[in-house]
Design a protein around this ligand. Structure first.
Ligand code: 5GP
Ligand code: ZN
Length: 133
């Protein structure tokens, strides 16, 4: 099955590259939801956050940290949102693991979380979700 981000890694589909190293690639998101919206991907294919191995995740986190620092220290931003969508229900549309970096400035109002308030008691939620190893 063809993967659009693997095609980008191979150079078969062009991208606006921000950074590249041996294991990761970072490029501008084509959707331009936010100035400088960037994606960090591992060069080797893995479907999602929970399907990636720790090594790949670490490489991507390091690259995301490097780019975030660059945006904040050198590019005039005061913060970044780091976002990972895992699974279709969570909004993942490209099934090659990626980290979104959304550069932020005070008052830019570009990302408004619209998560409805849940009324379940926290103790009930805790009982349902606690990790039992
Ligand atoms: P997701 O919704 O899976 O978390 O994010 C996938 C992102 O990939 C979307 O924000 C979408 O705009 C971006 N995207 C999809 N196809 C391409 C492409 O061909 N090139 C680039 N640069 N971004 C893409
Ligand atoms: Zn891929």
């Amino acid at each position: 099955m063809s993967c659009i981000f693997c095609e980008i890694v191979k150079g078969k589909i062009p991208c606006y590259k921000i950074y590249e190293d041996e294991h990761t690639l970072a490029f501008l998101d084509i959707g331009q939801e936010g100035f400088g919206h960037t994606l960090v991907i591992p060069k080797s294919h893995s479907e999602s956050f929970i399907n990636s191995n720790l090594e790949e995740l670490t490489y991507c986190i390091k690259t995301a940290e490097k780019i975030s620092k660059h945006y904040i220290q050198n590019c005039g931003f005061s913060g970044v949102n780091i976002l990972i969508n895992n699974g279709e229900s969570a909004g993942q549309s490209v099934m090659h693991f990626h980290i979104h970096i959304i550069p932020r400035k005070n008052g830019d109002n570009i990302l408004n979380w619209k998560i409805p308030k849940d009324e379940t008691s926290l103790e009930e939620v805790r009982k349902m979700l606690e990790v039992k190893e």
